[in-house]
Design a protein around this ligand. Structure first.
Ligand SMILES: Cc1ncc(COP(=O)(O)O)c(C=O)c1O
Length: 407
């Protein structure tokens, strides 16, 4: 590692806590699917900021929107109307088919919004007794980092010594319809699931699970809320991952790619029946729905369709998965996921995920393990066949060398 890079790494860890353990590279530039470090080494981004850079870095249209909107009107707070929020909300509700959208910034804030909306609905519409509402979640979930959200995490390091934890959550086995059915009682307000567990290692539930959960929720007057902060907006080859199961949830949480790779923009989408209870003063955010974020989000959504990014995710995802399978590597135990969102399960008898990420970094590919033995590949949805071929050749060569115990 160069002195130049070391200087920036040391500076980060000297002045900030080690709550992340980044790969040893200092990035300074990016364009499309490529990024450069401060020494001008070039990398293919197969990480996309945990799926937030779906449009590619510095998408020219979004740069234009960012530039124009930032000098016209960037921030007002929701104390006033703007000429950007309405058009954005109209676009996202039309595209998604949900009646209403409540804008926030980070994914975790939108999850909090969903939890609050579900509880209000439960007390005011379903008439659950005060302070008794329960929300069913799944073991192995990841929904963010707030104190309430980590209260229902099953990852010890996410929650240990951050208590007291927020009550009102019941965790069940991911993918089990029976577990959901058994956990439901008269106080159940909602279920809150990721359709595919992203941070959990790109874990897909059985095909019948979401349709079963839909039926169970309908039977019991329980809201079905899906967190598609990571899986949504084309990542799996459909606009939303739940479309693979031919169902519709009652509430949907989006974030990451909604900000076009520029801004933290998130949203909770639902029906008027659910969101009617979010009255003035009940919820909000100084930055939520700000003009700059709204303009970027609106254009980001339009570009997904205009530039065929969802279709590209489906086609290139399938091509990428098949190309990796064709490597026939003994190190790859399984490849999970759809679209441009693959979890490659590696055999730790050869190498751990972290070490493989570092090796690939040294050969010009940015990716990151999630859990110890899963490498997640989530390139921008604009990636082309030749870029995938380039990556697969490097991945194949790296795996072969590991099997032969070469460098
Ligand atoms: C499914 C899911 N929900 C919520 C979040 C939290 O989003 P943020 O980091 O923007 O708060 C994430 C982040 O990885 C996520 O994957």
């Amino acid at each position: 590692m160069s002195e130049n890079q070391k200087k920036f790494m040391d500076q980060e860890s000297m002045h900030g806590p080690d709550n992340y353990k980044p790969l040893p590279v200092v990035l300074s530039e990016a364009k499309g699917v490529w990024v450069w470090d401060v020494d001008q080494n070039k990398y293919l981004d197969m990480m996309s900021a945990y799926s937030a850079v779906s449009h590619g870095h510095a998408h020219p249209e979004l740069v234009k929107v960012f530039h124009n909107q930032s000098k016209t009107l960037a921030l007002t707070s929701r104390a006033f109307y703007t000429n950007t929020l309405g058009p954005y909300l109209e676009t996202i509700t039309k595209m998604s088919g949900f009646e209403m959208a409540l804008p926030m910034n980070s994914g975790a804030e939108a999850v909090e919004t969903a939890i609050k909306a579900a509880r209000r609905w439960a007390y005011r519409s379903k008439k659950i007794e005060p302070n008794k509402a329960e929300i069913i979640v799944a073991n192995g979930n990841f929904h963010g980092r707030t104190t309430t959200i980590i209260s229902f995490s099953s990852e010890p390091n996410s929650k240990d010594d951050f208590g007291p934890h927020t009550p009102g959550f019941v965790s069940v086995e991911f993918g089990s319809s029976q577990a959901v059915e058994e956990a439901i009682n008269k106080n159940t307000a909602a279920v809150l699931f990721e359709p595919v567990q992203g941070e959990g290692g790109i874990i897909e539930p059985p095909d019948n699970w979401l349709p079963d959960v839909r039926e169970i929720c309908d039977k019991n007057n329980v809201l079905m809320i899906l967190d598609e902060v990571q899986s949504g907006l084309g990542r799996t080859g459909k606009l939303f991952a739940y479309e693979h199961s031919n169902i519709r949830p009652d509430g949907l949480i989006l974030g990451k790619a909604l900000g076009g790779g520029f801004m933290p923009v998130s949203v909770f989408l639902s029906s008027e029946e659910v969101l009617q209870w979010m009255n003035p003063g009940s919820h909000g955010s100084t930055f939520g729905g700000n003009p700059l974020g709204s303009a970027i989000a609106k254009r980001s959504l339009e570009l997904l369709e205009e530039e065929g990014l969802i279709e590209n995710s489906r086609i290139m995802g399938e091509y990428f998965k098949n190309s990796l399978l064709e490597l026939n590597s003994g190190i790859i135990k399984e490849i999970r996921g759809k679209g441009l969102w693959l979890g490659v399960e590696i055999d730790p008898k050869y190498i751990e995920g972290k070490a493989l990420s570092k090796l690939l970094l040294s050969k010009g590919i940015l990716c990151k393990e999630t859990r110890e033995t899963t490498i997640r590949f989530a390139p921008p949805l604009i990636i082309r066949r030749e870029e995938i071929d380039w990556a697969v050749e490097i991945i194949g060569d790296t795996l072969k060398r590991i099997e032969r115990k070469e460098k």
